[in-house]
Ligand binder design. Sequence first.
Ligand code: AMP
Ligand code: ZN
Length: 176
Amino acid sequence: MAWVLSEFKSRQVHFDFKIGIGKSVQIVRRFSVSPLHIQMEKNCIFCKIASGEIPATKVHEDDKLLAFMDIAPANVGHTLIIPKKHHEILTDIPDDLLKGITLLTKKIARAILSALGAEGFNVIMNNKEVAGQVVPHAHIHIIPRYRGDGQQLHISPNPRAKTSVDETAEKIKKFL
Ligand code: AMP
Ligand code: ZN
């Protein structure tokens, strides 16, 4: 009778409590865990920051989330917020975790406004390479804005996208 490590698959470790001898061994209880280090994506730089394998200048850390300074800031105070667990893009993140990320974004944005004298900030999330995502581990950018900072973060209208707006809306609504 013992707990034995029986399987290690899909980034989960299964421990089985087995009773019996020889061929009559039965699994009576299964216990599965997904430790953080097993949820790391190989070669993901943000997973390595989350596990402490590579350094970062952190402003917040808890068991699920991390916020740290961008290594190539677009402005003074440019901060990144990540879930410690590897998820590639926004739509992969479970709702509870996303709630936590959103609240932390608000908290850090407030701190940036108070601490750095920023007059505003942009919250940006690039999802997939086509949208400019370079690090494929979901992250939110908070970019403080200072009057006359020269940053060009404007969204420019595309006249070709203006056609059939109603039809486009109907298509989206079908999937909601
Ligand atoms: P994105 O284009 O949305 O994937 O942005 C990735 C961001 O991660 C960029 O702004 C980089 O400057 C930043 N970055 C990359 N490596 C590091 C690192 N080791 N520490 C902090 N920020 C990083
Ligand atoms: Zn990762």
